[in-house]
Design a protein around this ligand. Structure first.
Ligand code: BGC
Length: 735
C-alpha cells in the first residue's frame, strides 16, 4: 500500500478500530475458529476486542495461523490483517545455542546467520515478528535471563545486536525469508537488584548512558522494526510509563520510528508498581510515553475510548500509534499477502534441513568454552582408553534452553549419541549417576511443575561408581535444568544442584581423571567442580546438535574456540562481577597485610574465569605487538598490530581482544573496556597478523559535564586472549 492509501485507511477507521490495532491478544486465549476462551474474558477482553485486535502472540504452525488470520480478517471491518508474533529466541525448530552461548563465539556474523535461519523457519511457518534479540547488558549471574543476552560487555552486545537484527530482517522484511525483529527490553532490564527478576533497577545515569544503553541504540541504528519496554523502573519510573526514555531518548534522540510494544502486562503493572491508581491512569501514562501496543492486557482496549472522548488523551496520539502499526504491517507486505508468503510446503522444506542442522552444529562447536585443561587431558584419545560418561546430561535431550517452545526431543542429538558416532576402539560406558534436580526445591517452568522421573538414587550412584572405577577417564556431564534460567529463573545459589555435587564428589574418590562438561544458562559457581576436574567445558544449552558438538570437541574432531561473554564468578558472594569495573581509591595490591584495601577477607577479587577467557588445544604466541604511532589526534588514527603464531601441534582459532584503559578522566574510568576483537584460525607453525584501528571516537564517554566525548591524555591499549591480559602499549590522545 502507498502511504496515502494507508492514511486514507486510517481516516476511515473508527476510534474503536484504531484502538484495537494497539492491542495484542494472547494466542493461547483464542479458541479454534477465533473465539475467546474463559481466561481472556476473566482478564476483561471482550469478543469485540478480539476482532479489533492488531496482533497476537505465541500461535504456532501455519495452519493454525491461517485459520485465525482468515477469521480475523473476515470480521475486522477493514479486513486489516493481524500481526503474529512469537518468542523465537534461539531458533524455531532448528534450535541453536542460547544467546549467551552465541556471545561466547565472539562471532557476530555467525549469530547473524543463525538469526537468518531462524527467520526463514519462523516466517515459513507464518510468524511475522520475533521478540528477539534481547540486548540487555548482564553482570549478575543470579539473574536467570542472562541466558537470553550476549553477555556483560557493551561493545560485544552492540555488535551482536546489529548482526542479529540484520539477520532477522534481511534486505526487506517483506521478503519470504525475513521476520521483523523486536529488540528488548528497553531499558536496563539486565540490572535487577540482587539478580531477582522483575526487581528494581538502580543505575547511575552515566552507567546507563555508557554501558547499558548503547546496545539498544545499536539495534535502532540497525533498523529494528520493533522495541519492547522492560518491566523495571529506570530512575524510579517504570519503563512503560517513562516518557523520557521512551520518547525523548528512543524516538527523538535515536530516531526510532517503529512500533514500541509493552512487555507482557507491563502497562497494567504500572498500577502494582504504585505509579497509577487504576487502568485509565495507566493507559494515559503509557500512551503519553509513546507505548504503541499493549501486550496481553485489556488496559488500552477498555480505557482509551473513554479517555479520548472525555479529552484526557488526544486522538492524535492514537492515530500516531495506530499508523506506526499499520506501517509495520505494510512494510511486511501483509495488506497484499496476509500470510507473508508462508505455506506448509515452504515450512517443510526449510525446517531442519541439512544446511540448518549443519549451522546449528557449527554454532554449538564455536560457542562451547574450554575453561581448563590440565595436563592436556583433552582431547580424548579415540583408541585404547576406557571412558565413562557419567551424569544426568550423559544421555539427555533437553539441551535447548527454556525459551525453545518448538524444540522437539526427537530432533536432538544427545551426548551419548554424539560419542557413539565417534568413539572407535574405545570402551565407552554411560551412567546417569543421579537425578538432575534437588527434590527439596520444586521447580516450576513455563508450563507448571517440572517432574523428574523417580529413580533409585543409591542404585544410580553405585552403577556410576562401578563404571568410573574401571575407566581411564571419566567425563562428567552435569548442569542446571533449563528451567533454572530464563524468565523468573533467578537463583541465589548458583552451583549445580546438590545430587550432582554429591555424585561428583563420590566419583572423584574413585577416579581422579575427571573431565566435566557443564550444561547451563548462566555462569555458575563451579569451585567444587573445578577442584575435582582436570578439564572443564562450559557447554551452555547448545541446541539440537549440542550432543554431537560436545562429542566432537571432547575427541578433538574440532578444537574449542569459545571465549566467555560473561565472567564466571569465584562464588555468588562476588556478583555482580564484570571485567570493566572502575578504578577505586584503594585498589587491591595483592598484599593482604594491608587491611584497608578494596577486597574481600575470604575470597579473591578476581572471578574464577574472566570475561574473554577460553582455551583451545594449541597455544598462541603474541609477538611484535606494535602501535603505528603513539599519538591519536582528532584527525589521525593509529593501528595496533600483533603477530599471532600457533606454536602447538594442532590447528586452532584465537580470539584476539583489544581493551583500552583511559588513565585519567574527569569522571572515574573503568579499568579497561573492550574495543575490538578478531578471530584468527592458524595451522601448527602458522603465523598471522591482527590489526586494530584506534581512533578518537572509541575513546568517548559521558564526561563530568555530561557531554559525550573523549578527553586528551594517556591510554593503555591491551591486547591478548582475555580481559585479564597484561600485555599493553601506551598512547596519547591530543586535542
Ligand atoms: C517476557 C518477554 C517476552 C514476552 C512475550 C514476557 O514475559 O519478558 O521477553 O517477549 O513475555 O512472551
Amino acid at each position: 500500500m502507498k502511504r496515502d492509501e494507508l492514511q486514507k485507511l486510517l481516516k476511515e477507521m473508527s476510534l474503536e478500530e484504531k484502538i484495537g490495532q494497539l492491542v495484542q491478544i494472547p494466542g493461547f486465549m483464542i479458541e479454534k475458529g477465533a473465539v475467546l476462551t474463559g481466561p481472556a474474558m476473566e482478564m476483561g477482553f471482550t469478543e469485540e476486542d478480539l476482532f479489533n485486535a492488531g496482533a497476537t502472540l505465541s500461535v504456532f504452525g501455519f495452519d493454525r495461523i491461517k485459520e485465525i488470520q482468515d477469521d480475523f480478517m473476515a470480521h475486522q471491518p477493514h479486513h486489516i490483517p493481524l500481526l503474529f508474533m512469537g518468542d523465537i529466541i534461539n531458533g524455531y525448530r532448528s534450535v541453536f545455542p542460547i544467546p549467551l552461548a552465541q556471545g561466547c563465539t565472539f562471532d557476530p556474523a555467525l549469530a547473524g546467520q543463525l538469526a537468518a535461519m531462524s527467520a526463514k523457519e519462523s516466517s515459513a511457518s507464518g510468524l511475522h515478528v520475533t521478540f528477539s534479540p534481547m540486548v540487555d547488558l548482564v553482570r549478575d549471574a543470579r539473574w536467570g535471563r542472562v541466558m537470553e543476552s550476549t553477555g556483560e560487555d557493551t561493545y560485544l552486545n552492540s555488535c551482536f545486536a546489529k548482526a542479529v537484527i540484520e539477520g532477522y530482517q534481511g534486505k526487506d522484511v517483506a521478503d519470504a525469508d525475513s521476520v521483523a525483529a523486536c529488540v528488548k527490553h528497553f531499558a536496563a532490564y539486565g540490572a535487577p537488584e540482587g539478580g531477582r527478576d522483575y526487581n528494581t533497577v538502580e543505575l547511575s545515569e552515566r552507567t546507563l548512558l555508557d554501558d547499558y544503553l548503547p546496545s539498544y541504540h545499536a539495534a535502532v541504528d540497525a533498523g529494528t522494526e520493533m522495541v519492547m519496554t522492560s518491566f523495571n523502573t529506570i530512575n524510579r519510573i517504570p519503563a512503560s510509563g517513562n516518557a523520557f526514555y521512551m520518547k525523548d531518548v528512543l524516538r527523538k534522540q535515536w530516531g526510532f520510528n517503529g512500533v514500541l510494544i509493552s512487555d507482557w502486562a507491563a502497562i497494567n503493572e504500572l498500577i502494582t508498581n504504585g505509579i497509577c491508581r487504576e487502568k485509565e491512569e495507566a493507559a494515559t501514562l503509557a500512551i503519553n510515553a509513546g507505548v504503541d501496543m499493549d501486550m496481553c492486557t485489556p488496559v488500552y482496549a477498555s480505557s482509551l475510548k473513554k479517555l479520548v472522548e472525555d479529552g484526557t488523551v488526544s486522538e492524535d496520539l492514537i492515530d500516531e500509534s495506530c499508523m506506526r502499526i499499520l506501517e509495520l504491517k505494510n512494510r511486511l507486505g501483509l495488506f497484499e499477502d496476509p500470510y507473508h508468503h508462508a505455506d506448509n510446503r515452504n515450512a517443510d522444506e526449510v525446517i531442519l534441513c541439512r544446511e540448518h542442522r549443519e549451522l546449528c552444529l557449527k554454532a554449538a562447536e564455536e560457542s562451547i568454552v574450554l575453561l581448563k585443561n590440565r595436563k592436556e587431558i583433552l582431547p580424548l584419545a579415540k583408541e585404547g582408553l576406557e571412558i565413562a560418561f557419567i551424569g544426568p546430561y550423559a544421555d539427555n535431550k533437553r539441551l535447548h534452553g527454556v525459551w525453545s517452545m518448538l524444540a522437539e526431543e526427537e530432533d536432538t542429538v544427545t551426548v551419548r549419541q554424539g560419542i557413539e558416532e565417534i568413539a572407535q576402539n574405545n570402551t565407552v560406558t554411560f551412567a546417569k549417576g543421579c537425578r538432575l534436580l534437588d527434590k527439596k526445591y520444586p521447580l516450576y517452568g513455563f508450563r507448571g511443575r517440572v517432574e523428574e522421573e523417580d529413580v533409585d538414587d543409591e542404585e544410580l550412584l553405585l552403577d556410576a561408581m562401578t563404571k568410573a572405577k574401571r575407566a581411564d577417564v571419566v567425563v562428567m556431564l552435569l548442569g542446571e535444568h533449563p528451567c533454572h534460567s530464563g524468565e523468573a529463573g533467578s537463583r541465589a545459589d548458583i552451583r549445580i544442584p546438590k545430587p550432582q555435587r554429591r555424585l561428583l564428589k563420590a566419583i572423584a574418590k574413585v577416579n581422579s581423571n575427571i573431565v566435566t562438561v557443564l550444561f547451563h544458562g548462566r555462569p555458575l559457581d563451579i569451585r567444587g567442580v573445578d577442584r575435582r576436574s582436570k578439564a572443564v567445558m562450559a557447554a551452555w544449552f547448545p541446541g539440537i546438535e549440542g550432543g554431537r558438538a560436545v562429542a566432537r570437541l571432547l575427541y578433538g574432531e574440532t578444537a574449542p574456540s569459545g571465549h566467555l561473554a560473561m565472567s564466571f564468578p569465584y562464588c555468588v558472594g562476588q556478583v555482580p562481577v564484570h571485567y570493566d569495573s572502575f578504578t577505586t581509591g584503594r585498589q587491591y595490591t595483592g598484599n593482604d597485610e594491608n587491611r584497608f584495601q578494596s577486597k574481600y577477607l575470604d575470597i579473591p577479587n578476581k572471578p574464577l574465569y574472566p570475561f574473554g577467557h577460553g582455551l583451545t588445544y594449541t597455544t598462541f604466541d603474541y609477538t611484535d605487538v606494535e602501535l603505528s604511532g603513539d599519538t591519536v589526534t582528532p584527525t589521525t588514527d593509529i593501528t595496533l598490530n600483533a603477530k599471532i603464531k600457533n606454536i602447538g601441534n594442532r590447528a586452532g582459532t584465537e580470539t584476539v581482544q583489544l581493551y583500552i584503559r583511559d588513565l585519567y578522566g574527569s569522571v572515574v574510568r573503568p579499568v579497561r573496556k573492550l574495543k575490538g576483537f578478531k578471530r584468527i584460525t592458524l595451522n601448527p607453525g602458522e603465523e598471522g597478523t591482527v590489526s586494530f584501528v584506534i581512533n578518537r571516537e572509541m575513546l568517548r564517554f559521558t564526561r563530568a559535564d555530561m557531554t559525550f566525548d573523549a578527553e586528551p591524555g594517556d591510554f593503555y591499549a591491551y591486547v591478548g586472549t582475555n580481559s585479564a591480559t597484561e600485555r599493553h602499549l601506551k598512547f596519547t590522545l591530543t586535542e
